[in-house]
Design a protein around this ligand. Structure first.
Ligand SMILES: C[S@@+](CC[C@H](N)C(=O)[O-])C[C@H]1O[C@@H](n2cnc3c(N)ncnc32)[C@H](O)[C@@H]1O
Length: 232
């Protein structure tokens, strides 16, 4: 029988893999601990929401009254579906009053009153698919999209800025006058250009940090209200 000799290189590679696996186990243990101790996670279970994120939208809506019966709402980055559930209830989607369209990279189990498609918003054809699917202007564009964190702060910030800029470009293409755009951004990460564009297109811009958004997270929401409409 021949025995495989370990070289310094294979030893080093093995050590790195063990280290990475340990880090991952620690991260998932911490995540699990946080989920188990999170009052919003427990509340979401009791209230039948798919995610604790539902309370962020509920809180923003209580403060700014963005969702109303009969509206057409688009929910970008909808999985697992908390925001879509809130929006569907507020617009009366199950009674045929309003409509909610959700998209995500991930699948979403059926939500009453919500039309869902598994779609990458960054795909070049996505805005056209969405516009045709909407079949007319939307009243509210929501984006809770977040790319998987790389752990590298600058990269994560750039990826989220990319998503929010594209979501904003899309919103100004599809919103009806008076429409609302709500998107997740990172603290200190809202591009000056994006803010300047939104200030031109909307009557009121706010940065909102709902209580349900974890205090140790740099997540923040950009709320643009009163879309001025596209020039004829
Ligand atoms: C924080 S979660 C959304 C939670 C959701 N608002 C809720 O209430 O359940 C962010 C979602 O954005 C989605 N996402 C990230 N990049 C995306 C992309 N390019 N296209 C579509 N969805 C995307 C992720 O798959 C993830 O499900």
């Amino acid at each position: 029988m021949t025995e495989k000799k370990s070289t310094p290189n294979t030893n080093r590679a093995l050590k790195t893999r063990v280290k990475t696996a340990r880090k991952r186990t620690l991260a998932s243990t911490l995540w699990l601990e946080r989920q188990l101790n999170d009052p919003y996670v427990a509340q979401a279970k009791r209230d039948g929401y798919r995610s604790r994120a539902a309370y962020k939208l509920l809180e923003i809506d209580t403060r700014y009254h963005i969702l109303k019966r009969g509206q057409k709402v688009i929910d970008l980055g909808a999985a697992p579906g908390g925001w879509s559930q809130v929006a569907a209830a507020k617009v009366g989607a199950t009674e045929g009053a309003g409509k909610v369209f959700g998209i995500d990279l991930l699948p979403v189990a059926t939500i009453p009153g919500v039309d869902f498609r598994q779609l990458d918003f960054l795909a070049p054809e996505a805005p056209q698919i969405l516009t045709e699917w909407l079949g007319g202007p939307a009243d509210v564009v929501l984006s809770d999209m977040a790319a998987n964190a790389t752990g590298h702060k600058k990269t994560d910030q750039l990826r989220i800025i990319d998503l929010v800029e594209l979501a904003a470009d899309f919103a100004v293409q599809v919103l009806a006058p008076g429409g609302i755009f709500l998107a997740k951004v990172l603290q200190g990460g809202t591009e000056t250009n994006l803010l300047a564009m939104l200030k031109r297109q909307f009557a009121e811009i706010r940065h909102v940090k709902p209580k349900a958004s974890r205090a140790d997270s740099s997540e923040l929401y950009l709320l643009a209200m009163g879309f001025r409409g596209r020039p004829e």
